[in-house]
Design a protein around this ligand. Structure first.
Ligand SMILES: Nc1nc2c(ncn2[C@@H]2O[C@H](COP(=O)(O)OP(=O)(O)OP(=O)(O)O)[C@@H](O)[C@H]2O)c(=O)[nH]1
Ligand SMILES: [Zn+2]
Length: 190
């Protein structure tokens, strides 16, 4: 994988500005290529982070039932238009043999997966697969609800349309009641 190249982004932004008919030398735009490069470093920082490593901080405990962290807000960037999509992630799992991870590590995993050019579907199953492979729990259920600015501010222009994706593994894939419990907790216990 190529590493982050600040100068290349600056040159690219300068070309973009020229391409849209702007003058990159006018005062208000002089620092813009550098600002955008710093901004991209921040929002694409997930490219340099293996997202599953956060989950390796785990503890043992007797709890072998549902853990749900819901309403984890995230911002990502659609790989087709390079504009944001953003919303909430809900992450549930059932620990096996007492192996639980830090709650914040679930949110950090969401963040690391979000911070690269993405598809909402790929984000969803990557989070689920990361949890399955590191913690090997009884089951995982990940739901993402997001608004895509490429559908809101351009193109089909449907602001407010929400895309919901889910990935279910293990117990949640086999048991309707387990999926229903998670959906009920997400919807009704704000
Ligand atoms: N499945 C999926 N599609 C996405 C996601 N983000 C953006 N898209 C879609 O990617 C598609 C790209 O379609 P294209 O026809 O190649 O691009 P376009 O001409 O800009 O399409 P319009 O958005 O319909 O104007 C669009 O339908 C977007 O809505 C995503 O996370 N998942
Ligand atoms: Zn898009």
């Amino acid at each position: 994988m190529n590493s982050f190249d600040h100068e290349k982004i600056k040159q690219g932004v300068q070309l973009l500005l020229e391409g849209i008919g702007e003058d990159p030398r006018r005062e208000g735009l002089l620092e813009t290529p550098d600002r955008v490069a710093r901004f991209y470093k921040e929002i694409f920082s997930g490219l340099n982070k293996p997202s599953h490593t956060y989950l390796e901080t785990s503890f043992t405990d007797d709890h072998e039932e549902l853990v749900l962290v819901k309403d984890i807000s995230f911002f990502s960037v659609c790989e087709h238009h390079l504009v944001p999509f953003f919303g909430q992630a809900h992450v549930a799992y059932i620990p096996k043999e007492g192996e639980v991870t830090g709650l914040s590590k679930l949110a950090r995993t969401v963040e690391a997966v979000a911070q690269k050019p993405q598809l909402q579907e790929r984000m969803t199953y990557t989070i689920a697969n990361n949890i399955m492979s590191v913690l090997q729990p009884h089951g995982v259920m990940v739901i993402l609800e997001a608004e895509h600015l490429c559908m809101a501010m351009r193109g089909v222009k449907k602001p407010g349309a929400v895309t919901v994706t889910s990935a279910v593994r293990g117990h949640f894939a086999q048991e309707l009641a387990a999926r229903q419990e998670v959906l009920e907790l997400i919807r009704h216990h704000k």
